[in-house]
Write a protein that binds this ligand. Structure first.
Ligand code: NAD
Length: 458
């Protein structure tokens, strides 16, 4: 049996489902093929959303145990109900996935459950169904990267997927990789009582983030009890009874009861039938596309993690909208210079634009304004005064080139910076905008004033 559509999207994650919805809005007959019973992709099922649920819950737990007393709130004995915490996470995921089903119904998008594979130009096979369409978008996302010598068994040695669902708090969690996943999930389990050791190959944590902020973050996380071994090359890992043994180069083996492998992600292209149409992934496994997100084959497009770049849900969503709009209207745009990134640790770390390291490397003359949350009234009332805002502006034009924040709700604050940069704002523009008092956002205004050496409150 077969059915014909204007557009088939393979993948129902933030890239795929957004592409399907936008295409339906623009009047196309759309089918979306997704292997999993839930829409939403890695982000919703085993990524952003469940991790944020656990981050929030574990922060509440730590707050009840440690910081509420400083507010004059006594809560007596605090106990962890891990089952309830996990159930809350699952409920959030299910509710949001149902919401996506509703959006698909509203937009009359045909949902096809199963693994889709190309079978020649304009053809997609799902099980025994053969679907045809004039346009196909590949949005198959990514999966955790393997680490040679470290066999993931899904039990003792696992990826973020397992670390989002441990049935008990590990005694000693060994995290391989001090990137987003390692630090977010390492923080969750540290707060819930595990010993956590993070092994990182590089001499620093959070590669790609502004190095000054990453160094500050490392100090803060160390105070929270995360142990870091930097410059640490993992050779192998194995399980001995109930214990995991991680062998590292030039050092003693690290022993714990769980290992989380978080060393990046790889594009999902296996079994996608790329060979049937003549698409060849690049050396890093990504599907090459041109500025219209078109692959080497006319009528076949690719977006999101599978094409590389920052592996972020919101980057994928932007590409989805731009790709579909280019197909239907001929115009659509992604501003890759203003894509924010957020690490949801406590405090959060958020950034948009270029880092100070990049500006130095590129020989760009810049001015820098920094404002500490210690001097922000709202941060004081929250009892969260760690961190700072750093604004980097072009020395000649004053245009904002990068904003880097470590501190309370940095992930929300960065939206102002991203919007300002998208409109080509100068630091003077930011400094002259009225910010409500008392708010954390005032730290952005003050950092913008600091670019010109005229902050008021520090
Ligand atoms: P990552 O690229 O952020 O970090 C991986 C870390 O592992 C790096 O620091 C790297 O140097 C280190 N590493 C690599 N090989 C190693 C080895 N052999 N031994 C020790 N360390 C090693 O990757 P991630 O944390 O796995 O996250 C995967 C992707 O998911 C990232 O692209 C990230 O952007 C995305 N993500 C984003 C968020 C967020 O936006 N909040 C959260 C989670 C994941």
């Amino acid at each position: 049996m077969g059915a014909s559509f204007d557009l088939i999207v393979i993948g129902g994650g933030p890239a795929g489902y957004v592409a399907a919805i936008r295409a339906a809005q623009l009047g196309l007959q759309v089918a979306c093929v997704e292997a999993e019973p839930l829409l939403g992709g890695t982000c919703l099922r085993v990524g952003c959303i469940p991790s944020k649920a656990l981050l929030e819950s574990s922060e509440r737990f730590a707050e009840a145990r440690v910081t509420l007393a400083a507010h004059g709130v006594r809560v007596g004995t605090v106990e962890l109900d891990l089952g309830a915490m996990m159930q809350r996470k699952t409920d959030i995921v299910q509710t949001l996935a149902k919401g996506l089903d509703g959006l698909f119904r509203k937009h009359r998008i045909t949902r096809v459950v199963g693994r889709g594979r190309l079978a020649g130009a304009g053809q997609v096979v799902v099980g025994d169904q053969r679907l045809t369409a004039r346009q196909i978008i590949l949005a198959t996302g990514s999966r955790p990267a393997d680490l040679p010598g470290v066999p993931v068994d899904g039990e003792r040695i696992g990826t973020s997927t397992e670390a989002l669902s441990y049935r008990e708090v590990p005694r000693h969690l060994i995290v391989i990789g001090a990137g987003y996943i390692g630090l977010e999930l390492g923080s969750v389990w540290r707060r819930l009582g595990a010993e956590v050791t993070v092994l990182e190959f590089l001499p620093r944590i959070l590669p790609g983030m502004d190095s000054e902020l990453a160094a500050e973050a490392q100090k803060i996380f160390s105070r929270q009890g995360l142990r870091f071994q930097l410059n640490c090359r993992v050779r192998s890992a194995h399980v001995e009874g109930n214990e995991c043994v991680v062998e590292v180069e030039g050092g003693e083996p690290v022993r714990g009861d769980r290992v989380l492998v978080a060393v990046g992600r790889r594009a999902n292209t296996a079994g996608l039938g790329l060979d049937t149409v003549g698409i060849t992934p690049d050396g890093r496994g990504f599907i090459p596309v041109n500025e219209n997100f078109q692959t080497s084959v006319p009528g076949i497009y690719a977006i999101g993690d599978v094409i590389g770049g920052p592996m972020l849900a919101h980057k994928a969503e932007e590409e989805a909208v731009a790709c579909v709009e280019r197909i239907v209207t001929g115009v659509g745009h992604v501003d890759y210079n203003t894509i924010p990134s957020v690490c949801y640790t406590e405090p959060e770390i958020a950034a948009v634009g270029r880092t100070e390291d990049q500006l130095k490397e590129q020989g760009v003359a810049y001015r820098k304004g920094v404002f500490p949350f210690l001097a922000n009234g709202r941060a004081r009332t929250l009892g969260q005064t760690e961190g700072r805002v750093k604004i980097l502006a072009d020395a000649r034009t004053d245009r904002v080139l990068g904003v880097h924040i470590i501190g309370p709700r940095a992930g929300e604050l960065i939206a102002e910076a991203a919007t300002a940069m998208a409109f080509g704002a100068s630091s003077e523009d930011l400094a002259r905008c009225c910010h409500a008092h008392p708010t954390l956002a005032e730290a952005i205004k003050e950092a913008a004033l600091a670019v010109d050496g005229r902050m008021i409150h520090a």
